[in-house]
Design a protein around this ligand. Structure first.
Ligand code: IPM
Ligand code: MN
Length: 354
């Protein structure tokens, strides 16, 4: 029997509610299987910070590192100054565990309500860089609070960091039927980082002759996401552009409540971390109103990462079925009105049958 040693960070807001459903489905798919899951819950987030002033201690980090993978709900709370938990907990984990790939798949399930009049066939993968760019915390403030204040955040892009994430994106594109890679930047303005990205993509593309490469400035990419999202297969971009574009990608495919992510360390030196792309949604926390599908879809990425492809496909099929039920309800004008727990129960039940 194999035991998956999973660190669980429910976090803030709706985090605990959606994580509970992710674990429910994970357990369901492993039932009657030779694989078990052992979870260790970590008390991290706003409550811990209020109690102790700590976000993520060295001991927490060392302990989390001992696990095979991490499932995280959401981080952030209005009662904590903006940035404290985001930087001190979530980004600290991504940086310390060298999650240089932030993998964000986007798929549109026909019939699911979307703001697009004509969504077409949407099925693409965003490979967002996770350890560099404007997220490094590189910069500072001088003359703070005066009319002469100057605040800077300097985007860090290393040849090493750009190449490894670009290479990962080429690998992904090469393995998909359409074999198309779109890289997104703003090299007409950001001539330093932009040109490093451009040269890197050109150099790596020589090793993947079957992958067709396309470039978009980030502003144009935001347009194509709503006018022609079907053009995208694999997209690769930097940390901040990827953050923004994946919220938009979530919105066009039915909302961020459906959008999954994996913070991956492909070299497996450190555990990878799976989380919905949405935030803690404090306004609806504790009300069983959150959609757990984004977390359940993150469990699919977790299963794939652990080499449990058959189990991943079963959960994926169950999500497809739940989405079909939603589409059918929408077609009858019925609003989607199930609790977080009911959605998890429904998906777990389908998984058990399958
Ligand atoms: C995300 C979130 C985070 C990010 C925040 C909470 C730090 O928006 O996972 O997309 O900006 O990466
Ligand atoms: Mn985001």
């Amino acid at each position: 029997t194999r035991t998956i040693d999973l660190a669980v960070i429910p976090g803030d807001g709706i985090g605990p509610e959606v994580v509970a459903e992710g674990l429910k489905v994970l357990e369901a798919v492993l039932e009657g299987n030779d694989v078990q899951v052992a979870t260790t819950q970590y008390d991290l987030g706003a409550a811990r910070w209020h109690r102790t002033g700590e976000t993520l201690t060295d001991e927490d980090l060392e302990s989390i590192k001992q696990h095979e993978a991490i499932l995280l709900g959401a981080v952030g709370d209005p009662s904590v100054p903006s940035g404290v938990l985001e930087r001190g907990l979530l980004l600290k984990l991504r940086f310390a565990l060298d999650h240089y790939v932030n993998l964000r798949p986007n798929k549109y399930y026909p019939g699911v309500p979307t703001p697009l009049a004509n969504p077409g066939d949407i099925d693409f993968l965003v490979v967002r860089e996770g350890t560099e760019g404007l997220y490094c915390g590189n910069g500072g403030v001088v003359r703070e609070g005066t009319p002469h204040e100057i605040a800077t955040e300097v985007s860090v892009n290393t040849a090493y960091g750009v190449e490894r994430v670009v290479r990962y994106a080429f690998e992904k594109a090469n393995a998909r039927p359409r074999k198309k890679l779109t890289y997104v930047h703003k090299h007409n303005v950001l001539v330093n980082a932009g040109h490093l990205w451009r040269r890197t993509v050109e150099a790596v593309s020589a090793e993947y002759p079957e992958v067709s490469v396309d470039y978009l400035h980030v502003d144009a990419a935001t347009i194509f996401l709503v006018t022609d999202p079907g053009r995208f297969d694999v997209m690769v971009t930097d940390n901040l552009f990827g953050d923004i574009l994946t919220d938009e990608a979530g919105a066009i495919t039915g909302g961020v409540g459906l959008a999954a992510s994996g913070n991956i360390n492909p070299d497996r030196v450190y555990p990878s971390m799976f989380e919905p792309i949405h935030g803690s949604a404090p306004d609806i926390a504790g009300k069983q109103l959150a959609d757990p599908i984004a977390t359940i879809a993150s469990v699919v990425l977790l299963l794939d990462h652990l080499g449990l492809g058959a189990e991943a496909r079963r959960v994926e099929a169950a999500i497809d079925q739940d989405m079909a039920a939603r589409a059918a309800a929408a077609a009858e004008g019925a609003p989607f009105a199930r609790s977080t727990g009911e959605v998890g129960d429904a998906v777990a039940a389908i998984v058990r049958q399958g």
